[in-house]
Structure formats: structure tokens, C-alpha cells
Write a protein that binds this ligand. Structure first.
Ligand SMILES: [Zn+2]
Length: 262
């Protein structure tokens, strides 16, 4: 294998498949040339637990947010006060999210919209980029993102799986995109075409561990060490040089989250 250094922009360290073994997973990631990771908090009730898992590691950043599919677990006022409290106290938080709209599952749509708007308000107030989860909700989410675009520093569409049309609209808003293992899946023919249209200076990579394990490990637990497989596929699709793209995506990550370039 080569010596490509990469940053994994989406790891669900709080997930039980990773949490119990996090020390070893982090060590193994470092040994596999992962130079940075973003621990994504998707349940505000578990934020302190996520923070505890990663707090000893300078190479791991964290986000704060409540996933659209969990919005029934808490009311908007509690959500707002937890976001307020932690965003004002914790300098390890680099972004607000994940938040967004997911209409694939049957979660109250209005509550999801309300939650998304609170997250965008807080991102604006604390001047943080927002990490967006979008599934089966392109038409509903876009006007909301557009409305807040001028007020938040950046929007990251995580695990990009949008249509050509959605990509075009997001490009108009100058968003960032994270590319996941889905691009390695056999049936992702359309997605492989769409991602060609995304500007490479706005692209970063994510494993979304423990989910979305790239081929040829599909069906098993995903880990940050598999990130390179996603980069390799992306570069194959766009005919790009691996090392060059790795360095571009790391710079993109650092720019997006206002980090010192590694
Ligand atoms: Zn997500």
C-alpha cells in the first residue's frame, strides 16, 4: 500500500460497535495513515459520552447535533439549550450537526424542519459550519439551506447522494460535500456520474463508520482505516492522482473547519 495521509470527516464514535473498542480503533487508524478524524455527534443526549471518547486525542474533532430521525426524543427548547451550553463552552466543537431532513423513515416532518432551523440558527450565532444529512428530501431542504446560507460560514452535505439537479443547486450555494463508501457500491451508477460534477476544491471524504463499509468489505463493520478505498474509487472515476487528491481533500477539510493545515 502507499503512504497516503487522509482525514476521515465522519466517524460515529458513539455507536456501540465503535465506542467499546475506541482506543484500539483510533490506534489502528493512526497506523493506517489517518491523520485526522471528525467524531460526529448525532444525538444531543449522548454528546458528553461522544466527547469523553475522543477528548484525549488532538487529531479528533467533534460536532454537536441531533439527527433528524431522533427528533421525537426531545423538545426544541431542550435542544436549543444543549446546543447553546456546549457551543459556548467547548472549543473542540468544529461544526453544528448532524442535522437535516430524512424523509426515508417515518419521522415527523415538521419537527425535523423545526430542529434543522434551530441548528442553523445556532450555527449562525456561533459562526460554525453546518453538517447536513439529506435523504429523500431534496425539494424540502434546499429552500431552508438557501434561506440560511448567508448567515452560516459553510454548509457540508455529508454522504452526498443527491441528484444532478440537487448537486447543481448546492454548487450555487458553494457548499462542501463529503463522499462516502456508497460510490464503491455496484448499484451506485448514477451517483458516480453525479459526483463528477462536484468541484474538487469542495470535496472531502468520510467513512461514516461503522456504517456504509466500502467494497470489498461491504456487509462488515466499517472503520476509518478503509477511507483510502473511497479515495481510490473517487480518483478512478475522475481520473485524478491519488496523492494530489488526498492533499486537496485534507486542505478542504482544514479550510472548512478552520483548522491549521497539517
Ligand atoms: Zn447522516
Amino acid at each position: 500500500m502507499n503512504n497516503i495521509k487522509l482525514i476521515d470527516s465522519h466517524v460515529n464514535f458513539g455507536h456501540e460497535l465503535l465506542a467499546e473498542n475506541s482506543k484500539n480503533i483510533i490506534q489502528e487508524s493512526i497506523e493506517n495513515n489517518i491523520i485526522g478524524m471528525l467524531c460526529v455527534n448525532s444525538n444531543l443526549l449522548e454528546f458528553s459520552n461522544d466527547l469523553r471518547i475522543i477528548s484525549d486525542y488532538d487529531l479528533i474533532d467533534i460536532t454537536i447535533g441531533h439527527h433528524p430521525n431522533y427528533v421525537n426524543q426531545m423538545n426544541i427548547l431542550d435542544m436549543e439549550s444543549l446546543l447553546d451550553k456546549n457551543l459556548s463552552q467547548n472549543s473542540k466543537i468544529v461544526a453544528v450537526g448532524e442535522t437535516g431532513l430524512d424523509f426515508y423513515y417515518d419521522t415527523d416532518k415538521n419537527k425535523q424542519i423545526e430542529s434543522l432551523e434551530i441548528h442553523l440558527e445556532k450555527a449562525s450565532q456561533f459562526s460554525k459550519p453546518v453538517l447536513i444529512h439529506m435523504r429523500d428530501s431534496e425539494d424540502e431542504i434546499f429552500p431552508i439551506l438557501k434561506k440560511f446560507r448567508q448567515r452560516v460560514p459553510q454548509i457540508l452535505v455529508h454522504c452526498f447522494t443527491g441528484t444532478d439537479e440537487f448537486a447543481k443547486k448546492c454548487i450555487d450555494l458553494d457548499c462542501y460535500y463529503s463522499i462516502s463508501g456508497i460510490i464503491t457500491f455496484k448499484n451506485a451508477v448514477k451517483l458516480r456520474e453525479t459526483i463528477k460534477k462536484l468541484p474538487i476544491n469542495r470535496v472531502i471524504f468520510e467513512t461514516d463508520s461503522p456504517y456504509l463499509t466500502p467494497d470489498p468489505h461491504r456487509g462488515k463493520v466499517n472503520y476509518p482505516k478503509y477511507l483510502e478505498l473511497i479515495l481510490i474509487k473517487y480518483c478512478e472515476i475522475l481520473s485524478l492522482d491519488l496523492e494530489e487528491m488526498a492533499s486537496i481533500s485534507n486542505d478542504n477539510y482544514n479550510k472548512l473547519f478552520s483548522k491549521i493545515v497539517k
